[in-house]
Unconditional design. Sequence first.
Length: 276
Amino acid sequence: MSIAGVSDLPSKRIAIAGLGEIGRTVARKLAEGLPGLSLAAITTRDHGKAQAWLDREGFSCPLVTLDEIPAHSDLVVECAPAAILDQICRPMLSAGKQVMVLSASALLPRSDLVDLARAHGGQIIVPTGALIGFDAVSAAAEGTIHSVQMVTRKPPKGLAGAPYLIENRISVEGLTSALCVFKGSARDAAAAFPANVNVVAALSLAGIGPDRTTIEIWADPAVTRNCHQIRVESDSASFSMSIENVPSENPRTGRITALSVIAALRKLTSPLQVGT
């Protein structure tokens, strides 16, 4: 028994929805051990494939359905296709629990999920993900932000297959120079590129909203990383940010995204929190 019985406090139970590149990375870290946190459940479309992966990794974890997640966990990390965001969030939020959402683009048109969280005492957490500077944007939003502009450059293969490109017959194959494939609001970008621009959706939620946050998206054969440049003008500060994210095995996702989830989880139970 430690002072005040701290060591006897139960761990916060973490579930993972989806075992892609991010889900596997987070699962491994939780299995290795994060203070005050435990890997409590995994939900995925293919339980057989997930079980085979768990066996190869050498650790056990219950495989459950989406509806069973609230009974097994206090927080679920959403690492799944954006199309099933509602199916992941609704059971947890209705139970007054937490959801860490990575598919921020899918969250923009779902204000009803925020209302559901408010009604039942649940919480939606959007981690920093692939973008630096969220603390500064959130702080500036407590005053008046005049504008938020973002320019994203990605290797063409990181944008291939996006609905907007298909619908508008824009080809990014064989490019020899940079091509601007989209310019508009964060809301429109999230609908046009649901798997590619979660970063600008999260930025808009931290700042002045998806309709006033603007973005240019470039397919650039000269870059090998996902590059983001942001410019913020506000009554408290003017600042710019630039980051180049190393892609993971999934070219649409940077390696730092999974690490951001782990950092956000660690902060949940840390005795010292740095950042707003």
